[in-house]
Unconditional design. Structure first.
Length: 279
């Protein structure tokens, strides 16, 4: 029943829109039936040419309306094609803007870490990196070092249960950070053994590290909004220790940087469309 009502509604709408054409078509169909009647037939015989003329006029009117509708339809098609091309161009423009915006947000964490590096007075021998904690892996979103070799992002993600990056998640001393210094020199054979014992990394994984650091400071970034650990900040150095103590380093970070890092991680996470899983 609903389907029939919809059909009737469409038909009435079309009839309202093309009422004149519908009347002419109706007359063209009805007139041949009417003239079958004897009185009408006699009248038709006496005025044959007049009736023919009327039918021709009605026919021409009907064709005129059809042609007019056809022209309007073609105009609408051209307009739609123009609109489609306009939308296509706008879509390309939006994609380009989105690409530029993505590049901006991709570079934003590293630019921010540049400022943090200066605030911490890090040198050419140091590096600072910021990671999103996503399930069972860390995803790097920013890195900065004055040394271009250490500034490279050789890996996009790291397992959350290996390396000094994971140590601060397992802290049981109530501190939000993990600190280790005075690691053996990388040229010393005990360097690989010490890191492997501390972090669970394999010899091959350690040898692939682009920066053989001797000092690590890893700091949990927690979002109070969702009450979860959402990222890790890693400060490292090839020197045996930093110029300041780990307590002073943490104080400097909490003083200016940590609140902004939380915002950066939350924004980065939202842009990626990922749900962060913390511990």
């Amino acid at each position: 029943m609903k389907k029939i009502l919809n059909i009737l509604k469409v038909w009435l709408s079309n009839l309202k829109k093309n009422w004149f054409s519908s009347i002419i078509n109706l007359l063209i169909y009805i007139i041949p039936i009417i003239i079958v009647k004897k009185s009408i037939s006699e009248l038709f015989e006496h005025h044959f040419f007049i009736f023919i003329f009327i039918l021709v006029i009605l026919f021409l009117f009907s064709e005129y309306i059809k042609i007019k509708d056809l022209i309007n339809t073609e105009k609408e098609i051209k307009t739609l094609k123009g609109d489609k091309e306009t939308l296509k161009n706008k879509n390309k423009e939006l994609e380009k803007n989105l690409e530029n915006l993505s590049m901006y947000f991709e570079n934003l964490p590293s630019e921010f870490l540049n400022g943090v590096s200066k605030h911490l007075e890090l040198k050419n021998s140091d590096r600072i990196s910021l990671y999103i904690l996503n399930g069972n892996k860390f995803e790097i979103i920013g890195r900065y070092s004055e040394n271009p070799v250490y500034n490279q992002k050789n890996r996009a993600e790291y397992p959350s249960d290996k390396g000094y990056i994971a140590k601060c998640l397992k802290n049981n001393n109530g501190k939000p950070y993990y600190y280790v210094a005075n690691l053996p020199k990388p040229t010393n054979k005990t360097y690989t053994k010490k890191i492997a014992n501390d972090t669970g990394m394999t010899k091959e994984e350690i040898n692939k590290l682009s920066m053989k650091s001797r000092t690590y400071f890893t700091r949990v970034i927690k979002s109070e909004k969702i009450n979860r650990n959402i990222g890790i900040l890693v400060v490292e150095s090839i020197n045996e220790k930093f110029n300041v103590s780990e307590i002073e380093l943490n104080r400097k970070l909490e003083e200016l940087s940590i609140p902004y890092m939380i915002n950066l991680l939350e924004i980065s996470s939202s842009l990626k469309g990922e749900v962060l899983n913390g511990k």
